[in-house]
Design a protein around this ligand. Structure first.
Ligand SMILES: Cc1cc2nc3c(=O)[nH]c(=O)nc-3n(C[C@H](O)[C@H](O)[C@H](O)COP(=O)(O)OP(=O)(O)OC[C@H]3O[C@@H](n4cnc5c(N)ncnc54)[C@H](O)[C@@H]3O)c2cc1C
Length: 483
C-alpha cells in the first residue's frame, strides 16, 4: 500500500458532493458518509493531509474578528509546496473555491471560504537566511524570521507591531510598522516570490520575471495566487532601541511633530496613538511613540529638545532590539488572560491624506465614546511618506504624506454591539472615501464591488486582467469579496 495514503486522515470528496471522512489503512477502505459511487476516484496523492474533521473546519471558519463564519468543506495541511499546487489544480478542475490561511488574523472573514478548501499555510514554515536576504516560506511568522535573522546580525527592514502574523498573510495585505516611514511596507522589501496560481501552476515571479504577477500578488489580497515563499530583503540589525513616549494635548499637536520627525528622519521608528487620560475624565492624550536604534550615548536633548510635547510627560527606556519589537507580547498575554483577546474585533484600518488628517481625526475622536471602542480598544495614527509605499496595489491617498488611522475596536462586555461597530466602520469608511482616503483592507468594513473598483482605481483593470490570466476559474480568496 502506498505509504502516502495513510496520511490522508480525512479527505473531502469535494466537487462530487461526497464526504469522505477517512481512509482506514488496516482494511484499505475509504471511510465515507456518502455512497462509494460518489467518492471521486481522482483525488491526488499528497505529502500532507486534507482534514474534514469538525475541529479543523470550525477553526477555519473563524478569525480574529469572530464576526464572520464561513465553514469550509475541508482544510489542507500541505506537506509540501507541491501539495498546494496539486490541490489548487484539483479545485480548479472541480470549481471549488480556495483560501490560503496564515494566522487568521484578518478580522472580516478574508481567509475563509464557504464550502471550499482552506489551505492552512502553517505547515510551510521553512526559513533560509543568506547574506542580505532570506528565503522564507509563507506560513512562517515574522517572529520566526526575526529570530532566525538576528543571530546573523540581520533584520527585516519592516516588522508589524504584532510579530505573530504570517509572511504570506501580511504580504497579501501590505505589512506596516514603525519603520515604514523609512522603508515602506513589507511588500516593498520583497525581491522575489514563489507562488501557486489559481490554475495550480507553481511559478517564480519578481520585478524582472512575470512582473504582472509579482505586482498583482503583493498587497493583492490573495486574488491571483497563493504565496508559497518570499525572498525578503534584510538589513544589518541594530542591537538596542531607546524608546520614547511623548504625550500631546491635541491631535494637531501630535501630527505636527509626527510630520516634522518623519520629514527629518530624526528617529528610526515612529508611531502614534490616542489614549484615554487617566482618571476617567473622558479626556484623551495623544502619544508619539518613537525609537532611536543603537544610539550610544542616547542624545535625548538633541532628539526631543525642540518638540512640542507636554513637558514632564515624556518617558524613555532602553530595550534590546528584539524586546523593543516584541513589546506587545506582554500586553497580548494580559488581554488573553482577561478574555479580551477572544472577543469580537470589528476593526477599522484606513489611510488618510495628510492634509485632511487633523480635522478628520479630531472629529472622529470627539465622537468616539468608550463603548464604541471597547475596554481594550486602541486608536493608532502612523505617519508614512507616500513615496516609501511603492507596491501599486497597496492603495493610499495621492498626497506626499499619509496617515494610517486604525480603530481597533473590541466588543467588550458593556461595549456597543459588534454589529453596531461594523456599521460605524461602514459609515466612517464613507467619510474617509469622501475625504480622499482609502482602506487598509485587513479589517471589518463591509465593502461592495463598486468600493473595490474605486479602491484599486487605475490599477483595477490590471488586477482584473491578472485575475483572468492567473485565476481564470475565479476560485481564490473569495472571502475578500473583491471579484
Ligand atoms: C493583533 C494584530 C496586530 C496586527 N498588527 C498589524 C501591524 O502592525 N501592521 C500591519 O500591517 N497589519 C497588522 N495586522 C493586520 C495583519 O497584517 C493582517 O490581517 C494580515 O493579513 C494577517 O496575517 P495572517 O497571517 O493572520 O493572514 P490571514 O488572516 O490568515 O489571511 C489574510 C488574507 O491573506 C490571504 N493569505 C494568507 N496567506 C496567504 C498566502 N500565503 N498567499 C496568498 N494569500 C494569503 C488570506 O486568504 C486572506 O485573504 C494586525 C492584525 C492583528 C490581529
Amino acid at each position: 500500500m502506498d505509504d502516502r495514503l495513510t496520511r490522508w486522515t480525512v479527505v473531502a470528496g469535494i466537487g462530487a458532493g461526497a464526504l469522505v471522512t477517512g481512509f482506514d489503512p488496516m482494511t484499505g477502505n475509504w471511510l465515507t458518509e456518502a455512497s462509494a459511487s460518489e467518492v471521486p476516484h481522482d483525488l491526488p496523492w499528497l505529502e500532507g493531509r486534507v482534514r474534514l474533521d469538525d475541529a479543523a473546519r470550525a477553526a477555519a471558519a473563524d478569525d480574529f474578528g469572530h464576526l464572520v463564519r464561513h465553514r469550509p468543506l475541508a482544510v489542507l495541511e500541505p506537506g509540501s509546496v507541491n501539495d498546494v499546487a496539486v490541490m489548487v489544480g484539483y479545485c480548479r478542475e472541480h470549481r471549488v473555491p480556495v483560501a490560503a490561511r496564515g494566522q487568521g488574523h484578518a478580522t472580516g472573514g478574508q481567509a475563509q471560504v464557504a464550502g471550499g478548501l482552506v489551505v492552512d499555510m502553517g505547515t510551510l514554515h521553512g526559513i533560509d537566511v543568506r547574506d542580505g536576504y532570506a528565503v522564507v516560506q509563507a506560513g512562517a511568522l515574522w517572529s520566526d524570521l526575526l529570530r532566525a535573522t538576528l543571530p546573523a546580525g540581520l533584520t527585516p527592514p519592516v516588522l508589524t507591531d504584532y510579530l505573530e502574523l504570517s509572511i504570506g498573510g501580511t504580504l497579501s495585505a501590505g505589512g506596516l510598522g514603525g519603520t515604514s516611514h523609512r522603508h515602506g511596507a513589507q511588500v516593498d522589501n520583497v525581491i522575489e516570490l514563489e507562488v501557486v496560481t489559481g490554475t495550480g501552476e507553481r511559478t517564480v515571479c519578481s520585478p524582472a520575471r512575470h512582473a504582472d504577477l509579482f505586482h498583482a500578488v503583493l498587497a493583492g489580497l490573495g486574488q491571483c495566487a497563493i504565496i508559497t515563499s518570499a525572498t525578503v530583503r534584510l538589513l544589518p540589525a541594530p542591537t538596542s532601541a531607546r524608546r520614547y513616549q511623548l504625550f500631546y494635548p491635541s491631535p494637531t499637536a501630535l501630527t505636527a511633530d509626527q510630520r516634522r520627525v518623519v520629514r527629518e528622519e530624526r528617529f528610526d521608528y515612529v508611531e502614534g496613538q490616542v489614549q484615554a487620560a487617566p482618571g476617567g475624565s473622558g479626556h484623551r492624550l495623544y502619544l508619539l511613540e518613537a525609537a532611536a536604534f543603537d544610539g550610544t550615548p542616547a542624545d535625548d536633548a538633541g532628539l526631543l529638545g525642540d518638540l512640542s510635547y507636554t513637558r514632564g510627560s515624556e518617558q524613555a527606556e532602553d530595550l534590546t532590539y528584539f524586546d523593543f519589537l516584541n513589546r506587545l507580547a506582554a500586553s497580548v498575554e494580559f488581554l488573553k488572560s482577561i478574555g479580551e483577546w477572544a472577543r469580537p474585533h470589528p476593526w477599522l484600518n484606513v489611510f488618510l491624506p495628510g492634509t485632511g488628517t487633523d480635522s478628520l481625526v479630531a472629529s472622529v475622536i470627539e465622537e468616539l465614546r468608550p463603548a464604541d471602542i471597547g475596554l481594550s480598544g486602541v486608536v493608532l495614527l502612523y505617519p508614512i511618506p507616500r513615496r516609501r509605499l511603492r507596491a501599486p496595489l497597496l492603495r493610499v491617498p495621492g498626497e506626499e504624506l499619509v496617515f494610517l488611522l486604525t480603530l481597533l475596536r473590541t466588543a467588550s462586555p458593556g461595549a456597543a454591539d459588534p454589529a453596531v461597530m461594523v456599521e460605524a466602520n461602514r459609515a466612517l469608511y464613507r467619510r474617509v472615501q469622501a475625504a480622499g482616503g482609502t482602506q487598509y483592507p485587513v479589517g471589518t468594513i463591509p465593502t461592495t464591488h463598486a468600493d473595490w473598483r474605486r479602491h484599486f482605481g487605475p490599477w483595477w483593470p490590471r488586477l482584473a486582467a491578472a485575475k483572468r490570466a492567473y485565476d481564470p476559474a475565479g476560485i481564490l480568496a473569495p472571502g475578500q469579496g473583491v471579484f
